[in-house]
Each structure stands twice: as structure tokens, then as C-alpha cells.
Design a protein around this ligand. Structure first.
Ligand code: HEM
Length: 124
């Protein structure tokens, strides 16, 4: 049976996937020369970090087992994504574009997708 908690967690996972899409979409838009692409990427990175932490809280409140090693790994990688995106954004505003940092944010996002999907969650 799908309870209200499952619906809530599922809804936040949907937003978490949209946050991931913002990082990918922002990176692509920036790559293609759109002026605001980097903004989309930065906001996507911030949202991922916050929604990820919210998800951990909800999953635990729902008494589902979590792997702390997996969560810690995702947290460190997500912090690195935010750092790369924020620094690239700040420097670009000052006219010193930083494509390597933008690409690093995208690559680290892909790494976190792999961690999310390939690292198994503990059995209930
Ligand atoms: C760039 C950053 C991130 C990306 C790209 C990302 C990606 C994903 C993806 C693709 C899923 C769905 C996986 C699936 O359902 O099989 C997911 C789920 C999840 N993520 Fe993230 N994530 C990021 C950051 C974080 C952070 C920082 C945390 C927590 C510290 C986190 C915690 C979670 C949790 C708890 C779920 C699973 C929810 C459930 O039980 O269904 N994520 N993430």
C-alpha cells in the first residue's frame, strides 16, 4: 500500500530529479552560450544539496534503512558541485570565465548520479 509518507518522499524525489536536470540543462545552456545557463546550474546545485538532506530526513522518518557511507559520499560530491558552480559563477560575473570549473561541476553531478543509482541501498 502506498501511504502519504511514500507519496511525500516520491514527490521530493521528483524535485530531486528536476534539480539534477537543472544542473545538466544549465551546463548545456552555458556550453551553447546562453547568458543565464550558469545561473540555472548554480541553483540546481544548491537545490540538490538541500533536497538530498531533506530526503535523508524523510527516509529515516519513514523508518527505511539508509547507508551512511553512501549518503556521506553523495554529500561530499554535492558540496564539491556547489563549490565549483559558485566559484565559476562568481568569476564569470567578474568577466573571468571558468569553463573547467563549470565542466567539473557537471562531471561531479554525473558521478553523484552513478553513486545514487549503482550503490545499493541497504535491505529493509
Ligand atoms: C549533485 C547532487 C545529487 C545528484 C545528481 C543526486 C541524484 C540522485 C538520483 C538520480 C536519485 C534517484 C535514485 C534512485 O531512485 O534510484 C537520488 C536519490 C536520493 N538522493 Fe540524491 N543526488 C544528489 C545529492 C544528494 C545529497 C547531497 C543527498 C544527501 C546528503 C542525497 C540523498 C538522496 C536520497 C536519500 C535519495 C533516495 C530517496 C529514496 O529513498 O528513494 N542526494 N539522488
Amino acid at each position: 500500500m502506498v501511504g502519504s509518507m511514500e507519496i511525500l518522499i516520491g514527490s521530493v524525489v521528483v524535485l530531486h530529479l528536476l534539480g539534477m536536470a537543472s544542473i545538466a540543462g544549465g551546463w548545456l545552456a552555458n556550453y551553447l552560450g546562453a547568458a543565464r545557463g550558469l545561473n540555472v546550474l548554480v541553483w540546481g546545485a544548491r537545490v540538490q544539496l538541500i533536497l538530498g538532506l531533506v530526503l535523508v530526513g524523510l527516509v529515516q522518518a519513514n523508518k527505511e534503512p539508509v547507508s551512511y557511507a553512501k549518503i556521506a559520499t553523495k554529500l561530499v560530491v554535492a558540496l564539491a558541485v556547489v563549490a565549483c558552480a559558485e566559484i565559476a559563477n562568481a568569476r564569470t560575473r567578474k568577466g573571468k570565465g571558468q569553463p573547467a570549473l563549470v565542466n567539473a561541476a557537471f562531471g561531479l553531478m554525473l558521478l553523484n548520479v552513478c553513486v545514487a543509482v549503482l550503490w545499493p541501498n541497504p535491505e529493509a
